[in-house]
Design a protein around this ligand. Structure first.
Ligand code: ZN
Length: 429
């Protein structure tokens, strides 16, 4: 692999420098006159971030390769500036054994585009009853550290307690999809309020999330273990997480790009593109989520990239599948809404989209600060690019893109994974 010289990039928004990459590692940072034989990437006017890390991606392999494969998801991730993605366990079959986790790891490696890190199921078959092979998955080549039944809530408190006790032994973490199944059942698909009543859609009240998060932080305190809250969607959950952190409880939290922008009124047209779990919330929640991401109460942005084949999404609203694409647009959305409003600077974006997720998932080689000795996972961002999202241009196999037709300011210019340019200007390199 030839060396790579990136010239003039603004490193995490802290000032321009050149970066030399040799054998997949950053070997020099500063004013570099020449690097013989190196490929040169002119990054004048671009911001360089440590490669983005997504804590929450749904690749549909194995089981629904018509919606997404590990290869197509990895391509979408690379174009979106990601160098590592955590692949959720709700595939068919479920990732609940060491062998299943290793298979995902190997399929990810074969892409050469990003590190695909398997998330292990908390319970066998995501059934919520018997713990999956947590220890065996951790001791496997996949070194599984994050466990989640995402798509479903681990709603039995005794099972959640045991899972937390189990993963504590090896520094693992349980990522919880917080949804009390009695307060918000499988049909619940719209924020419970005046609008859901008017539209006749089954309501999904915020308290179904908040009550589970409140329980889980107390279980984390009781067990001395680590819990992570997936896709926080309400101001009430933010309050609980803020309180728990103030007590020293080991809780972390993520928010999706869509919950930072899109609101429940989008459901008025019954367009299933906007059907997602947890549902889009009112503006007050959106405002609280933005503030919580800015002040560190919410640690990370995670996409919850959820590709769906046309035949699963194009239904009457109540029957359509939950979920939206997110990998290719996440950085642009965060740039537009958080940097554009002054709530985050670029160092803040590095924190919430790379460093914090890498730390939460225990990914030692990701989430650095672009310093000498770091693995060369680098995302170059054009902060002034204005891009209108076109769902037809996606590398995902699915088209359920809620950002279609929107103009967003700030775009990924190029992605470097292990010293190699994997993507440039919306296409694979
Ligand atoms: Zn979920």
């Amino acid at each position: 692999m030839p060396s790579l010289l990136i010239t003039g990039a603004d490193l995490l928004g802290r000032g321009a420098a050149d970066v030399l990459v040799e054998d997949g590692v950053i070997t020099e940072v500063g004013s570099i006159r020449s690097a013989r034989g190196a490929d040169v990437l002119d990054a004048d006017g671009l911001v360089a971030l440590p490669g983005l890390v997504d804590l929450h991606t749904h690749l549909r392999e194995p089981g629904r390769e018509d919606a997404e494969t590990i290869a197509s998801g990895a391509a979408a991730a690379a174009v979106g500036g990601f160098t590592a993605v955590l692949a959720m366990a709700n595939t068919d079959p479920v990732t609940d054994t060491a062998e299943a986790a290793e298979r995902i790891l190997d399929l990810g490696r074969a892409t050469g585009l990003v590190d695909v890190v398997p998330v292990g199921a908390v319970t066998k078959g995501l059934a919520g009853e018997e713990l999956a092979e947590l220890g065996l998955m951790h001791r496997s080549r996949a070194r599984t550290t994050v466990f989640s039944d995402d798509g479903r809530c681990v709603h039995d408190a005794r099972v959640m307690r045991r899972a937390l006790e189990y993963v504590r032994a090896f520094g693992g973490v349980v990522s919880q999809h917080a949804q009390d199944p009695h307060l918000a059942g499988p049909q619940a698909c719209a924020h419970e309020g005046e609008l859901s009543g008017r539209l006749g859609l089954p309501g999904w009240p915020g308290v179904a999330e908040e009550s589970v998060v409140a329980r889980d932080v107390m279980l984390a305190r009781h067990t001395g273990s680590r819990v992570h809250v997936a896709h926080v969607s309400t101001a009430g959950t933010v309050e609980v997480v803020r309180w728990a952190k103030a007590q020293g409880i080991a809780v972390t939290a993520e928010v999706t790009p869509h919950h930072l922008v899109l609101t429940t009124d989008l459901l008025a047209g019954y367009d299933p593109t906007f059907k997602v779990n947890p549902p889009l919330r009112p503006q007050e929640d959106v405002d609280a989520l933005r503030a919580a991401l800015a002040d560190g109460t919410i640690d990370a942005v995670a996409t919850d990239h959820a590709p769906h084949a046309r035949q699963d999404k194009e239904h009457a609203f109540v029957d359509a599948a939950f979920g939206m694409l997110g990998l290719e647009t996440a950085l642009a959305v965060v740039s537009d809404v958080m940097v554009g409003s002054g709530l985050l600077d670029w160092a803040g974006v590095a924190r919430v989209m790379s460093q914090a997720p890498a730390r939460i998932a225990g990914l030692g080689t990701h989430g650095g600060a672009l310093e000498v000795g770091d693995a060369a996972h680098i995302t170059l961002v054009d902060p002034t690019a204005e891009l209108t999202v076109d769902r037809g241009a996606s590398l995902s196999l699915s088209r359920n893109n809620p950002w279609h037709g929107r103009m967003l300011r700030g775009a990924v210019h190029a992605t470097v994974f292990g010293g190699r340019v994997t993507a440039q200007k919306g296409a694979l390199a």
